[in-house]
Design a protein around this ligand. Structure first.
Ligand code: PA5
Length: 525
C-alpha cells in the first residue's frame, strides 16, 4: 500500500482522538464524484430527519435519536424538556442508589439485573463491557437477554443469596415483547422465593402507557423511565434504555453523550471528504455494490470492544435488511455483519479471510492506548500491547496483499467519549447508506413478524396438550395427534412440540422410543 494513498484517504480529528482510513479500499479517484448528487440527497434527508420529518413512514414516526445528545435541536420544546428532565431523573435515581438512599431489604444495592432484548439489551451490554471495571463499578451488572430458562438460571446462580441487594431494570419499549416479559416473570419468582417483594427492587424503562408501564405502576415499582416512540430500539443506547444501566454502573454518561454529540457535529458536515459517516457509508456502497454483496467484518483489537460487533450487527442488519425499498420495490437489501475481536479471531476465522473466499471487508478498530499504567516487558522494549498492535498491522497488511479490502478506525483509548463517538458514527452511517439505497432504516417488520411467530406455535401447543390430556395413559404418535386435530400440514410442528414436552417435567408427558424416531409415542400421565 502506498503512503501517498494513505495520506489522501486518512481523515484525522486530532481533538477528538479519532481517525478513519479508507486507503485500503481500492475505490477509484472519481468515486465520490459519481455519488455526490445522491450523497447530497442523503445529507438533505438527514437534515430533514433531524428537523422532525416523518423519516419512518411505515410507522408514521419521527426519528429522534440525535436529539438525545442535543436536546435543544429537538423539533418541539416539549421534546427537549422531556429529554433533559429524563436525563436528570436518571442521574438523581443513580445517585440515590449509590448513596444507599434507595436500597434493598438486605442493604445497599450491589448488583443490577437488566432484563431486555435486541435494542433493549445490546447497547447496554456493549457499553457495560466497554466501560466497566470490577474495581470501579458501583454495581455489578447482569443481563437476562433471552427467554432461555437455563441462561436465566446461570445468572440467578451468580446472584444467589444476593437478590436482597440486587436492583432489577426491565427494559422494553413496547412493554409487551415476550422475552423480557418472561424474564421479568422469572425474576419475580426468584425474588419471591427469596422472600422478597419484586416491586421494591424493580424499575421499568418503557413506553408510557405500555403493558409494562401499567403493571409497573399498579405494582408500585421503585421508578419508571420513559422510552419515546421517536427513538428506535437499536438507536436507544443514549436514552434511558442505555443511560440508566450505565449511570447505575457508575459510567460517566455525560461524557458518553458528549462524544456522541461531537460526532453528530462532525457528521453534519455536508462535504463527503470531511464527513466520516458519509465516507463509511460510501465505502459500504462501493464494497457491496450497494446490494450487500460483501459481508462487514468488525475487528476491534481490544477486549473491551468485543461486543461492538454484536451491537453493530443489530444496528446495521436490522436497519438495512429490508425486503422493499421506499417505493415498494422488492430489493432484499442488507449487509451481513459479524466479528468478535483481534487478535483472538486470528486463531479462528481470520484464516478464511486471509486465504479463503473473498466475500467480505474488514473494519479494523485500532485503540492506541494499551492500558491504564505501565506494561510489563515481554521482551526488551516489547509489551503485550505491542504484540496486539503488531497483529493488527500485520493482518491488515496480509489482507491488503491478497486484495482483501479493509477500513481502519482509530481511537486514542476506550473511554466514555470514544464509545459515544463510535455509536454516533455508525448510527449516521447507517442513515446515510439507507438513503443511498432508498430504504427505510427505522422500521423492523421482520422482527415484529418474529414476535408473533411464537404465539401461533404456542396456540398449537395448547391444542396438542389438551388432546393428550383428554386421553390420559393413551400413547399417540405425532402423526395420530396431527390427524385427530386436523393439523396434518403441521405434523412436524406437533412432533417437535411432543419431543420438547417429553424432556421437560412440567407437562407430564412421557415418550416411548421406537426404531424410527418419527414413530415415537407420547403419553400424558
Ligand atoms: O431495534 C428494535 O426495534 C428491536 O430490536 C427491539 O429493540 C427489540 O425487539 C425489543 O423490543 P422492545 O424494546 O419493545 O421489547
Amino acid at each position: 500500500m502506498n503512503w501517498e494513498r494513505f495520506k489522501k484517504h486518512l481523515l484525522c480529528f486530532e481533538d477528538e482522538g479519532f481517525s478513519i482510513d479508507v486507503s485500503r479500499v481500492d475505490f477509484p479517484d472519481d468515486f465520490y464524484d459519481t455519488l455526490r448528487t445522491r450523497m447530497d440527497k442523503a445529507f438533505a434527508d438527514m437534515a430533514q430527519l433531524e428537523k422532525g420529518a416523518i423519516a419512518n413512514p411505515d410507522e408514521q414516526r419521527m426519528v429522534g435519536h440525535y436529539w438525545l445528545r442535543a436536546p435543544e435541536l429537538a423539533p418541539a420544546p416539549a421534546i427537549s424538556k422531556e429529554i433533559s428532565e429524563t436525563l436528570s431523573q436518571i442521574k438523581t435515581f443513580a445517585a440515590q442508589v449509590h448513596s444507599g438512599q434507595i436500597k434493598g431489604e438486605q442493604g445497599a444495592f450491589k448488583n443490577l439485573l437488566c432484563i431486555g432484548i435486541g435494542g433493549s439489551a445490546l447497547g447496554p451490554q456493549f457499553v457495560s463491557q466497554a466501560l466497566g471495571s470490577p474495581k470501579t463499578d458501583k454495581l455489578r451488572v447482569f443481563f437476562f437477554d433471552n427467554t432461555d430458562p437455563d441462561g436465566m438460571d446461570i445468572v440467578l446462580e451468580q446472584l444467589d443469596g444476593q437478590l436482597g441487594q440486587t436492583l432489577c431494570v426491565v427494559i422494553s419499549k413496547s412493554g409487551s415483547t415476550p422475552e423480557p416479559h418472561n424474564g421479568m416473570t422469572e425474576a419475580k419468582a426468584a425474588y419471591a422465593k427469596a422472600g422478597l417483594s419484586f416491586a421494591k427492587y424493580a424499575v421499568a424503562t418503557t413506553g408510557v402507557g405500555s403493558q409494562l408501564d401499567k403493571s409497573a405502576q399498579a405494582e408500585g415499582f421503585l421508578a419508571r423511565f420513559p422510552m419515546w416512540d421517536w427513538v428506535g430500539g437499536r438507536t436507544s443506547e443514549l436514552c434511558a434504555v442505555g443511560l440508566l444501566p450505565a449511570a447505575l454502573q457508575g459510567i460517566d454518561i455525560d461524557t458518553l453523550l458528549k462524544g456522541a454529540a461531537r460526532m453528530d457535529e462532525l457528521t453534519r458536515e455536508p462535504t463527503i471528504e470531511r464527513n466520516p459517516s458519509a465516507i463509511l457509508a460510501l465505502m459500504w456502497y462501493f464494497l457491496t455494490g450497494g446490494k450487500g454483496q460483501k459481508d462487514m467484518v468488525i475487528l476491534p483489537y481490544k477486549d473491551r470492544l468485543m461486543l461492538l460487533s454484536r451491537y453493530l450487527q443489530q444496528l446495521v442488519m436490522e436497519s438495512l435488511g429490508k425486503e422493499k425499498d421506499l417505493d415498494g420495490n422488492i430489493v432484499n437489501q442488507g449487509i451481513a455483519v459479524y466479528g468478535n475481536k483481534g487478535s483472538t479471531d486470528q486463531h479462528a476465522y481470520v484464516q478464511q479471510l486471509r486465504d479463503g473466499v473473498n466475500n467480505f471487508f474488514v473494519t479494523f478498530i485500532e485503540v492506541l492506548k494499551d492500558r491504564n499504567g505501565q506494561s510489563v516487558q515481554i521482551e526488551p522494549d516489547v509489551t503485550a500491547g505491542d504484540y496486539l498492535e503488531g497483529f493488527l498491522l500485520g493482518t491488515r497488511e496480509a489482507l491488503s496483499e491478497k486484495g482483501r479490502a479493509s477500513i481502519t478506525l482509530t481511537v486514542k483509548e476506550v473511554s466514555a467519549y470514544s464509545v459515544g463517538l463510535l455509536i454516533a458514527l455508525y448510527e449516521r452511517a447507517v442513515g446515510f447508506y439507507a438513503s443511498l439505497i432508498n430504504i427505510n432504516a427505522y422500521h423492523q417488520p421482520g422482527v415484529e413478524a418474529g414476535k408473533k411467530a411464537a404465539a401461533q406455535v404456542l396456540e398449537l401447543q395448547k391444542a396438542v396438550l389438551s388432546h393428550l390430556r383428554a386421553h390420559p395413559g393413551k400413547p399417540f404418535t405425532a402423526e395420530q395427534i396431527a390427524k385427530d386435530l386436523n393439523l396434518e400440514q403441521q405434523t412436524e410442528f406437533v412432533f417437535k412440540l411432543l419431543n420438547h414436552f417429553s424432556v421437560n417435567p412440567e407437562k407430564g408427558v412421557a415418550c416411548t422410543n421406537t426404531a424410527h424416531c418419527h414413530q415415537t409415542t407420547y403419553t400424558s400421565h
